[in-house]
Design a protein around this ligand. Structure first.
Ligand code: MV4
Length: 447
């Protein structure tokens, strides 16, 4: 087992990883920019290293500084968290070259899934259902028109190096395809220095359902149920829940087994999330994430498993701690992402937290690294904490969430708390009846 783990991240996820390490008696090294000197993960870590100025490119994305911090402190493992370098296969390669364990899959698998075309091609061959579309990349408008004719409009043009919704363009008919195609390629070139694009049938009202999977070095693989992440705004998840209110036990078992089998065949090691769109009772693969996700706590609450500890154990060469038959789901969990933003305009609201009173009681978990007096820096994302509620049923979860939001006091900055208090009064949300466009429609009504 590792002796000393460097946490190559900040905020709530750095604290989350630190907590798992402490419980496993692994020494912790925090890295921080000059803007995060007073951050909680720095205060609670056994050691800390300042690795640069506030700009992420000069600090949390600065691979030489992070590797130097490993050398100085003698860290034998690095956990990347999510975002930053968590899906940067060069980072994983460089750590491997320095004999430092990367808590995650191999650089080969990170690279394979980072390219959305090779990802889709790989999982399709392993039996995972995919969205109908081009077989690989599309080189010109004529090819695009031919494929669009085969699969039917509307179609979506996507960047191979994209993901998370960046660089996608819709074409509703042949007349729109030429402009959509050239805009997609131009934007992909600008954003990712790669103008490779592919085409898919545009699914109009899907849910966003993702399957948590784990694999180990022996080819064992399991799925840990699904998370419904359909409540999104501009591809930013706002609220996630497990299990999905619309997936049946039969559907869960079927797509879960297909996903775990694919992970086993791939010899994929570590945590992974297979992202699907779900429409007309069919799953369609869109992407695979090779990192731990922000919303992993809802899976932890219904399975009782610590996914970060599992990641660390697998990275140290241990086998999976559990077999599929031993994975049982209990109750329901909902996560609300508390952002330091205006609850209507979502304009970031950095500044000093004057007072902070989190809710408590049975089934209430707060994953946050803020405290009264903490200054939220303007350089990073606006997530200040995750409110995770668990209960025996979705109905009880919602009433517990209502009570928790009423108790939650954060003064000095604006937060998205008022938005959640509104949303959980809405009948569509109460009934679990929402697709990936629901939130933007809801918010545009009041605009
Ligand atoms: C799609 C789609 C509809 N049809 N692909 C957005 C981010 C990236 N994960 C892929 N995304 C989408 N791909 C096809 N063929 C709709 C989206 C999409 C979306 C997906 C999940 C959650 C929120 C979304 C918001 C807008 C668009």
């Amino acid at each position: 087992m590792f002796k000393k783990l460097l946490i190559a991240n900040r905020g709530e996820i750095a604290l989350r990883v630190l907590r798992a390490c402490k419980e496993m008696n692994i020494m912790t090294v925090a890295i921080h920019s000059t803007a995060d000197t007073d951050a909680m993960h720095v205060r609670l870590a056994d050691e800390s290293v300042c690795i640069g100025p506030p700009q992420a490119s000069e600090s949390y994305l600065n691979i030489p500084s992070i590797v130097a911090a490993c050398e100085i402190t003698g860290a034998d493992a690095v956990h990347p968290g999510y975002g930053f370098l968590s899906e940067n296969f060069h980072f994983a390669e460089i750590l491997e070259a320095h004999n430092i364990s990367f808590i995650g899959p191999s650089s080969k698998h990170i690279s394979l899934m980072g390219d959305k075309i090779t990802a889709k091609d790989t999982v399709k061959k392993l039996g995972i259902p995919v969205v109908p579309g081009s077989d690989g990349d599309v080189k010109n408008v004529d090819e695009a028109k031919k494929i669009a004719k085969q699969i039917g409009y509307p179609i979506l043009i996507k960047a191979a190096s994209g993901g998370g919704g960046r660089g996608m363009k819709i074409a509703n008919n042949e007349g729109e395809i030429s402009e959509a195609f050239s805009m997609a390629r131009t934007e992909a070139k600008a954003a990712f220095s790669d103008d490779t694009v592919y085409i898919e049938k545009y699914l109009q009202k899907p849910r966003h359902i993702e399957i948590q999977v784990f694999g180990d070095s022996k080819g064992n693989a399991v799925y840990l149920g699904e998370r419904d992440c359909s409540l999104q705004r501009r591809n930013q998840k706002i609220l996630e829940e497990a299990p999905s209110p619309i997936i049946t036990e039969e559907q869960r078992r079927k797509i879960g087994n297909i996903s775990a089998k694919a992970i086993s065949d791939l010899k994929y090691e570590g945590a992974g999330t297979i992202e699907f769109l779900f429409e007309n009772n069919e799953f369609y693969f869109i992407e695979m994430n090779t990192r731990l996700q922000v919303e992993h706590p809802v899976t932890e609450m219904i399975t009782g498993l610590d996914l970060v500890k599992e990641q660390i154990k697998i990275a140290s060469g241990e086998d999976l701690s559990f077999i599929q038959d031993n994975i049982k789901y209990k109750g329901h969990a909902i996560e609300c992402r508390i952002n330091s933003e205006n609850p209507r305009t979502f304009i970031p609201s950095a500044g000093r937290i004057e007072s902070y009173h989190p809710p408590g009681g049975l089934g209430i978990r707060i994953d946050s690294a803020v405290y009264a007096g903490y200054n939220i820096p303007p350089y990073y994302d606006s997530l200040i904490g995750k409110l995770i509620i668990s209960a025996d049923s979705r109905e009880e979860c919602l009433s517990r969430l209502q009570r928790a939001l009423d108790e939650f006091v954060i003064e000095g900055i604006e937060t998205t708390i008022p938005l959640f208090r509104e949303l959980i009064q809405n009948n569509d949300i109460i009934n679990g009846d929402y697709d990936i466009h629901w939130l933007e429609k809801y918010l545009s009504k009041d605009a």
